[in-house]
Design a protein around this ligand. Structure first.
Ligand code: ADP
Length: 259
């Protein structure tokens, strides 16, 4: 149930815990997420990997309460998120989806989309962290340049950086990033990697990783399979002991670009 509490959630500064979290889609015979336990410290960067359909997106969707666990609970700094005021939860969770959609509007409107009232300074700071400033300032009109819906005037890598800036504009304490799988040129690849690193400073970052660069730089990597946690550890630890992880690095994760 959406038992929405009225207690405001203070800004996250301590931990996020998943406690025996299960989720089943309505009508599904199998649970998409099965008894997941996970404890993340504030400021930690956790990459989530797993085969297609292993429950990565479902698990992450429960943190901003887009989906509600069928059992178990999620706590932020010890507060059960099902009991806090939803607005104060969502305000501090920035989400970057794989599909970095663009609206028909200016660069500023695209970055502030969905954030309500934000200042030009907030937009520019978000763009700086997302490594988007230099290409924005090269566009005719700069921050007022109009991006057509679909963003045909931007490269794939530029759209991804605008999407990262959009997630950062309210300075969220938590960043959930579903990494795009689309191929980008080598220069964009490096910029995106750097943008993800800078975006994660002073916040907790949970990243559904599709690129080697992102698992290599994560503090820990969570491996999911069929909705369950298979293992959690560093890249080197998992390469050594986790068969599924080793296979994913060979078959699914996009290799890092030399730079
Ligand atoms: P991943 O992100 O790892 O690819 P998902 O969380 O998207 O995995 O999916 C986990 C499981 O839940 C899969 O079996 C998928 O088919 C199922 N699933 C995902 N979304 C829905 C939905 N909206 N309705 C029903 N089943 C879904």
């Amino acid at each position: 149930s959406q038992g929405d509490g009225d207690m405001p959630l203070p800004r996250h500064c301590d931990s996020i815990t998943f406690e025996q979290v299960c989720y089943a889609y309505p009508g599904a015979s199998e649970q998409a997420v099965r008894s997941v336990d996970l404890q993340v410290q504030f400021g930690e960067h956790v990459a989530i990997v797993g085969p297609n359909g292993s429950g990565k997106t479902t698990l992450m969707s429960m943190l901003p309460r887009l989906l509600v666990p069928v059992s178990g609970r999620i706590c932020v700094d010890g507060f059960d998120i099902s009991k806090v005021d939803l607005k104060t939860l969502r305000r501090q969770v920035g989400v970057v989806t794989q599909d970095s959609f663009m609206i028909n509007g200016t660069v500023t409107e695209n970055i502030s989309f969905g954030a309500g009232d934000v200042t030009a300074d907030q937009v520019q700071e978000a763009a700086r962290l997302a490594h988007a400033t230099s290409f924005i300032e090269e566009m005719p009109g700069q921050w007022d340049a109009v991006i057509a819906e679909g963003g045909a005037s931007l490269s794939g890598g530029q759209k991804q950086r605008i999407a990262i800036a959009r997630a950062l504009v309210r300075n969220p304490a938590i960043l959930i990033l579903d990494e795009a799988t689309s191929q980008v040129d080598a220069e964009s690849e490096v910029s995106i990697r750097d943008a993800i690193q800078d975006a994660g400073v002073d916040r907790t970052m949970l990243i559904i990783a599709h690129r080697m660069a992102s698992v290599m730089t994560a503090d820990r990597i969570l491996v999911l399979d069929e909705g369950s946690v298979v293992d959690i550890g560093t890249h080197d630890e998992l390469l050594e002991r986790c068969e599924i992880y080793a296979r994913l690095t060979r078959t699914q994760l996009v290799p890092a670009t030399e730079s």
